[in-house]
Ligand binder design. Structure first.
Ligand SMILES: *Cc1c(COP(=O)(O)O)cnc(C)c1O
Length: 386
């Protein structure tokens, strides 16, 4: 049986896979089982931050594998402490909780918000406002936090306490705050799965003020937008806001499973011993990979992200067959005249691998994709869309 047949027979049928098996890769190039080369424009959904089998990342991970692959959280280990220090130094956060995925990072944020509100106001102020069209994960609670009805159909009963406001509509957030006892507002700054939509700066700054005024936490889901993806280390840094909690995952580990919940001043001491945990959280190998990723996201790297972003926006905006281009940095959505499924199939045939978000073509290239490879891929996309 080949891998495709075996996968269909034995792997739970939760994914609609493309008819393509990936075998190896190097930087922004990836190869299938027949040796055909593709330009990777999705990086495993914003995970392989510096591309495939990147040497610096590989060395950092290999070195740690040779030392200690795992220890329980009953002991100290330096990669976990070093990564937490680095994240705090680069963001101003006070403490970090490590898990293994985006959903877990958000799950931790939700627990923090509920406990903080209970500690601060007493029982009952537990509601969390999220936005319609958001995506926050696949656990039962983060599904409920996700503001899309389609995710609320099959797995109920869901935990209570989530309210959905409209994006870019300050009045809708205000009225939910007026009518309910709330603990927090949780938002993505660029709705990724929702169609790569960047929130308006004015809206974000207004709801940040509202959160302060009403004494609720501002929590930013940077699972996808984080770690350099949008042209700043974290997207909130471009929005001029000071969040209380920031969650991240995807690109943080550069290809290894890790999630982080960054806790700022107000919630620094909300979690106490025994109140939360994760067997694999802070795993030394995942942390060693993440340290190498975060250290490389400096001003030069971020300038490169913005340069590549400008190139993609200017090449595709107004191009034949393009209705609109949205997003921020190297998190880009392209609304096409042609059916997006057909566009992706044609791109794959021509050796380019974009993915989709809702009805849009989604581009998430490596932060350091070589300019000439990026140009080649964009020319191919343009030829498919025209
Ligand atoms: C991908 C994603 C998640 C879920 O992350 P997992 O690692 O798949 O659990 C949560 N929030 C956002 C914004 C995401 O893009």
């Amino acid at each position: 049986m080949n891998s495709k047949a075996k996968d269909k027979k034995y792997v739970a049928s939760t994914y609609g896979r493309f008819d393509l098996e990936l075998v190896s890769g190097s930087g922004s190039l990836v190869y299938d089982e027949n040796g055909k080369e593709y330009i990777d424009l999705s990086t495993g959904i914003a995970v392989n931050t510096f591309g495939l089998c990147d040497k610096v990342w590989q060395d950092a991970v290999s070195e740690q594998i040779g030392k200690l692959q795992h220890t329980s959280n009953l002991y100290y280990s330096s990669p976990c402490a070093d990564l937490a220090e680095l994240l705090c130094q680069r963001t101003g956060a006070r403490k970090v909780f490590f898990g293994n995925s985006g959903a877990e990072a958000n799950e931790c944020a939700i627990k923090v918000a509920r406990k903080w509100a209970q500690d601060t106001y007493g029982k009952g102020d537990y509601s969390i406002i999220t936005l319609k069209n958001s995506f926050h994960g696949r656990t039962v609670t983060t599904l409920k936090a996700t503001g899309q009805d389609i995710f609320h159909t099959d797995f109920g009963p869901f935990p209570e306490g989530f309210l959905y406001a409209s994006a870019n509509d300050t009045a809708s957030v205000r009225s939910l705050l007026d009518e309910n006892k709330c603990a927090a507002i949780l938002i993505e700054l660029v709705q990724g799965e929702g169609g790569v939509l960047a929130l308006d700066k004015k809206f974000v700054s207004e709801i940040a003020s509202l959160a302060k005024e009403r004494g609720v936490l501002l929590m930013i889901d940077e699972v996808q937008t984080g770690n350099g993806r949008t042209g700043s280390l974290y997207a909130y840094m471009q929005y001029g806001i000071s969040p209380d909690v920031v969650t991240t995952a995807k690109g943080l580990g550069g290809g290894l499973p890790i999630g982080a919940t960054l806790l700022f001043d107000r919630v620094e001491n909300t979690l106490s011993p025994g109140s939360h945990g994760s067997t694999f959280g802070g795993n030394p190998i995942a942390c060693a990979g993440a340290i190498s990723i975060i250290k490389r996201i400096d001003e030069e790297c971020l300038a490169g992200v913005r340069e590549r972003s400008d190139y993609i926006f200017s090449s595709l905006s107004g191009a034949k067959g393009v209705k609109s281009v949205s997003g921020l940095g190297l998190m880009i959505g392209v609304e096409t005249e042609r059916d997006v499924g057909e566009v992706i199939a044609k791109c794959m045939e021509l050796g380019v691998l974009p993915i989709k978000a809702k009805n849009k073509l989604r581009l998430l290239p490596a932060l350091n994709i070589p300019m000439e490879i990026l140009q080649k891929s964009i020319e191919i996309i343009k030829s498919v869309l025209a």
